[in-house]
Design a protein. Structure first.
Length: 57
């Protein structure tokens, strides 16, 4: 399984990742929003993003 990586996500892109089945956990301690690394148009918070493990059994 892939290791989590950090992405800055606006509200819309955060929802898109959740809907797609990713595990998305907010990184604590951030005081100011930054540009979304996914759409580059919104402002958001830093999140650890990890693909959900798929069971093939």
């Amino acid at each position: 399984m892939d290791k989590p990586h950090i992405e800055t996500l606006c509200h819309k892109c955060h929802g898109d990742y959740l809907e797609a089945g990713f595990i998305v956990v907010k990184v604590p301690g951030q005081k100011f929003k930054d540009a979304c690394t996914h759409c580059q148009s919104g402002q958001g918070w830093d999140y650890e993003v990890e693909a959900k493990e798929v069971n093939h059994g």
